[in-house]
Design a protein around this ligand. Sequence first.
Ligand code: SAH
Length: 394
Amino acid sequence: MSVSNLQLRKGKEQSLLRKHPWVFSGAIYSDVTKLDDGEIVEIEDFKGRFLALGHFQHATISVRVLSFEKEEINQSFFDKVIGNAVQLRMNLGLLNAQNNIFRVCHGEGDNLPGLIIDFYNGVAVIQCHSIGMYRSINLIAEALKMAFGNKLKAIYSKSSDTLPDRIQTKDEYLYGICQTPHLAIEHGVNYSIDWVTGQKTGFFIDQRENRALLGKYAFGKKVLNTFCYSGGFSLQALNQNAVLVHSLDSSKKAIELTEANVKINSFSGGHASILADAMDYMKELKELKEDYDIIVLDPPAFAKHREKRHQAIQGYKRLNAHAIRQIKSGGLIFTFSCSQVVDKFLFTNTVIAAAIEAGRNVRILEQLHQPADHPINALHPEGEYLKGLVIQVV
Ligand code: SAH
């Protein structure tokens, strides 16, 4: 294999020596103008000593490391790393009669920076966040076939939303074909998933364990699930015999998905959908005489970049203050943030600030996070993004 060398500036090797898997453009000494997006490069320090191998891209994060060893990045490399990723999910018991939805590969957390793979009842959906991974997609597909064997019926590649426009991408089946929406199960509940038209790969798998936890609190309760998307939290609450669930989203499409998902299950509790802005609706709860026992707040990331962090915190504070002010005494709030730049301490402090602003006494019952199929590479703390709290408003 012939690979280009990429030399770092003097002293810029420290993060790689600590096994952090990114190289920023400012750390590079070599002239990169002749390098192609997605090509594999051998990174070396200023003295020419080997540091790592990775995918190059003309971007702020210029290299995403695939290996800190000198090795060939070929089919057997992907067979090994993807095989390990699949094995972890099997060991976690995520593929069984009650559950067949899970994340197979979580980027840096699985030592494959730039690669997301989700599994929905026999179908793997690949989403590449780097051009190098997209160029390797056939190797990735072969590795998935080998690791899953006959448990895999189809592979869909969906990277047109996540890669720069300058490269040509096509969303398509790489293996088999599967009609969407496709029925899959999470903790014993049916969900119909559409990776072709849905957000991300079709479903927010990262909330699986938090949805199950909501189920444990939901018996006999009246629940408001705001930012519901396809009704993930609503269905787990109904499955555990919530008496009434209201699912709210500002997107009509999301409400349609939720209603379709409620229909394919048989629940005894009541369900209604609300097409509205979450903040506006919560402001009116008292006038509407809605007395929910539990409110779920799972908004989209309010900050995608560090510069937006301050604004995001104000947004989380306002949202949580509304819910805390409005919920009945003794009520619970499941509150989340998936903004990577807002860490769990900052988020907790923001919720506490919201409680102070609302003038109500709040206690923290549970501290929540992303599940084990979304692992965090300890040497890449940026991989931690989802955090949540269950608070009780006294
Ligand atoms: N909780 C969901 C995932 C939420 S994704 C699950 O478990 O699957 C975020 C959702 O928030 C999207 O469906 C989006 O349409 C919705 N949304 C964004 N802004 C909103 C707003 N201001 N009010 C209500 N919903 C909003």
